[in-house]
Every structure is written in structure tokens, then in C-alpha cells.
Design a protein around this ligand. Structure first.
Ligand SMILES: *Cc1c(COP(=O)(O)O)cnc(C)c1O
Length: 418
């Protein structure tokens, strides 16, 4: 969704000055929006006896942002060594961290186990024997296969590489129990950017059904279910936001009914990324070239290295132009990569843009900077945090060419086999 009118107003007053001070391009995140949204999420689930969000670190892996998540009482969902280390560096530990990796390596298991460990969420039955020391608490990621349909970003469950198949699930818990597991969770992640709250409610229902069936066969109780991330945000102006209030209420009903039948209810975990920060980040970039051939192209001073989603998924990101209104012309907004999919917008009606204009690319607060890369030797931009009091913190500097060259051996380091 285009950023809120309230943030838009706040930015209108100060963006020019911020641009002047820091220079473009940059990602800017809105602390006030992130906090208010996080509090609203907690309120939406307050009827569930025990609810916790584990922020999906990969969406916005910046320690200053993660500290806001900690203030909100959130844990962290990690899927790599870097994300584990980052979470621990800001003081999270043990069961405040969920490790949802896939195709997991021995090195990853070693870090997961170190420094107080974390909640291990195993992606496959074959990994049980590869866990160096089976923790007391273990979780499996469930892939329901043909029982559910996924969506375009994450794919159809039967084609997705993630999770333990339906028919393997019972054996997975049995094996984990044989290795010493005594406490249990069940996880799934089926959709990405899902705007239909009923889909998420269905996912909670599916997991609770699995819990009933597994509990009976194994004679165990489940401590939690984790319905994954994938909560959607409306990137297009006409899209309706996810109805988080109905989602919370309907899931709370499922938990109440579970408790009435079974005398207890598991905790509910969520590991949302996009929904938590996506709408509260913008990529600010300046128009530097205008080209008129078969189409009109507006060239800006950032590229796919700052925001991959349009190039990678054809994703829509709303764009506005600072100080300009209306839709006078239809243009492609492009970066400078030698890749024709390096476009922030394709055939988009926008105000007439001239060199020097400031473009605001909306909803870049999740899977934005984080997904960036260095192809063509392009550097990733800085990250700024607009504090609730109006001050602006630099929370990551921009990359430099030296950063990119730092792994190169200009003098090769030779090895001669034999
Ligand atoms: C990416 C991911 C998330 C977060 O997804 P969002 O779409 O940002 O909510 C959560 N859990 C797992 C396992 C993921 O891979």
C-alpha cells in the first residue's frame, strides 16, 4: 500500500532536508509505523492464550530494527548463521530464537546449538540424525503436499523444497523422541504475501488437526504451533489490507475449541516479516536520466541491487514523486544494470519527471535492502531510521567499491595439487 497519509505528511516536511544531508539513494524506515503496527498485531491475537511473533530476520536484518522488535516482545526467526549471530548479538537467546533452516549444513547446526541454543525447526526427516545433540524441544516444518495450494511466490506445496511430507511426520517425531526430544512444536509456511485472512486461519486449523492426530499416536502434547509468515500487505493502491483482526479472532476461536476438547491448548507462534516492516520502508532515489526511444525511460540513481522484487517477481511497488501529483505520462522507471528486468516500474502512469526529481518507492521495508546483491559491481545503499521524534539515524552505511573488492585476490593465492 502506498505509505500512510500520516507518514507522507511527515516526510513532505523533512524529506528534502534528509536527502540533502544523506544523499540518495537510501532506504528509510519509519519507527512510529513499525511500533504501532506491531502493537496492533499483538492486540489482534490477545484472545489467544499465549501468542508470540518471531520476526523473520531475513526481511530486514538490521540490529536497530531488531531492537524495536525486542521492545515489542518479539522473538526472531532465523534461517542462516548470520541471522542467528545477529539475533544473539542484540541479546536474544534460547527460545527467543527459532531456527527455520532448510538444506541445513553441519556448520549451521553447530551455530544453532552454541551460545544457549535456540528452537530447532527441522526441515526434513533425514536431518534428525545430523543434529549434533538433540535438544529437549524440537519442531518440524510440515509440508502438506496436495492437501493445500500455495501461491506464486512460495509455490505449490508439492513442488516446494520445504518441509516434511505428510506421511513422514509421525516417524519424524518418533525418531526425534528416540534421540531424546521431550517437548514438541509443529510448523508450516505455505503462502507468501497472502491477503486473504481465511487462508491463514485454515493453516492454523490444519496444524491443530495434525496436532490432534500426532498427539494421539505418540502420547505427547504439543507446546506450540507455528503458522509461519506470509501475511500479505497491499502493494497496489486498490488492494484491501489483510484483515488481521478477523484473523486473530477466528484463530482464537479454534484455540478455544481445541482447549475445550483436549484440556489444554498449544501456544501460537507466527513468524511474519513482510507484514511487520514492509509498509514502513521506502526507497528514496533520484531521477538522473530521461530517455525517449520506443518508450520513455526514467533512469534513477539506484537499481536492482537496492530492491530486487520487481525484477525477480514482476512485483508492483507504488511510486510517487516528491512535490508532484497526477499522472501525466506513462514511463518505465529503470536502474543501470545490464539487465532488462532492472526496472522498478513498467509502463507506469506518473507525473512528468525531470532529472533531479526525488522518487519515493513504497513498501520497500521488507525483502528490500536485504535481498540486494552486487551484480555489475553495484553497491547497496544506506539505511536510515526515521525516529518517532523526527530525528533520523543512519543504521547502515552504503557499500563502497572497496567493500566489493575486499574479497578479491589481486595477487592470486596459488595451490599446486600433488
Ligand atoms: C521468509 C520466511 C518468513 C517470512 O516471510 P514473510 O513473507 O516476510 O512473512 C517466515 N518464515 C520462513 C520459514 C521464511 O522462509
Amino acid at each position: 500500500m502506498p505509505i500512510s497519509a500520516e507518514l507522507s505528511n511527515r516526510l513532505a516536511g523533512s524529506l528534502e532536508e534528509i536527502v540533502e544531508h544523506f544523499g540518495t539513494p537510501f532506504h528509510l524506515y519509519d519507527e512510529k509505523g513499525i511500533r504501532e503496527n506491531g502493537e496492533a498485531l499483538i492486540r489482534a491475537f490477545e484472545e489467544v492464550e499465549s501468542f508470540r511473533e518471531y520476526f523473520a530476520v531475513k526481511a530486514l536484518p538490521n540490529p536497530t530494527i531488531m531492537k524495536i522488535m525486542q521492545d515489542l516482545g518479539f522473538g526472531f526467526d532465523c534461517s542462516s548463521i548470520a541471522e542467528l549471530l545477529l539475533s544473539r548479538q542484540i541479546g536474544a537467546s534460547g527460545e527467543q530464537i527459532m531456527f527455520t533452516s532448510n538444506n541445513t549444513s553441519a556448520a549451521e547446526f553447530a551455530v544453532a546449538e552454541a551460545d544457549g541454543g535456540c528452537v530447532l525447526n527441522l526441515d526434513d526427516i533425514s536431518l534428525i540424525d545430523k543434529v549434533p545433540r538433540m535438544p529437549e524441544l524440537i519442531c518440524f516444518r510440515y509440508n502438506p503436499g496436495e492437501r493445500r495450494s500455495g501461491n506464486s511466490i512460495i509455490g505449490n506445496p508439492i513442488e516446494a523444497k520445504y518441509g516434511v511430507a505428510h506421511d513422514q511426520l509421525l516417524e519424524a517425531y518418533q525418531k526425534a523422541m528416540q534421540r531424546g526430544a521431550r517437548r514438541f512444536g509443529l510448523h508450516t509456511m505455505l503462502a507468501s504475501n497472502e491477503l486473504n485472512h481465511a487462508y491463514m486461519v485454515e493453516t492454523a486449523r490444519m496444524l491443530l488437526d495434525r496436532v490432534v492426530s500426532l498427539s494421539e499416536k505418540l502420547g505427547i502434547q504439543f507446546e506450540f504451533i507455528n503458522i509461519g509468515g506470509g501475511l500479505g500487505i497491499p502493494y497496489r493502491p486498490q488492494e484491501k489490507p489483510l484483515d488481521i483482526v478477523s484473523m486473530g479472532r477466528e484463530i482464537a476461536d479454534l484455540f478455544r475449541s481445541f482447549k475445550a476438547h483436549h484440556g489444554y491448548a498449544p501456544k501460537l507462534f507466527l513468524e511474519s516479516g513482510r507484514y511487520i516492516t514492509g509498509p514502513y520502508g521506502v526507497l528514496i532515489t533520484r531521477a538522473i536520466n530521461r530517455k525517449e526511444i520506443y518508450r520513455t525511460y526514467v533512469g534513477v540513481d539506484s537499481c536492482m541491487s537496492s530492491l530486487m522484487r520487481p525484477g525477480m517477481y514482476g512485483a508492483y511497488h507504488h511510486i510517487s514523486v516528491l512535490g508532484k501529483q497526477g499522472e501525466q505520462e506513462t514511463v518505465d522507471v529503470v536502474g543501470s544494470l545490464c539487465e532488462n528486468n532492472d526496472k522498478f516500474a513498467v509502463q507506469r502512469p506518473l507525473p512528468a519527471i525531470q532529472d533531479g526529481d526525488i522518487l519515493i518507492i513504497h513498501d520497500a521495508g521488507a525483502h528490500g535492502h536485504a535481498m540486494g546483491f552486487n551484480y555489475n559491481g553495484k553497491t547497496r545503499p544506506k539505511e536510515l531510521l526515521l525516529r518517532s521524534d523526527g530525528s533520523v539515524d543512519l543504521i547502515r552505511r552504503e557499500e563502497t567499491i572497496d567493500d566489493i573488492f575486499t574479497t578479491l585476490n589481486f595477487e592470486p593465492d596459488r595451490f599446486i595439487p600433488g
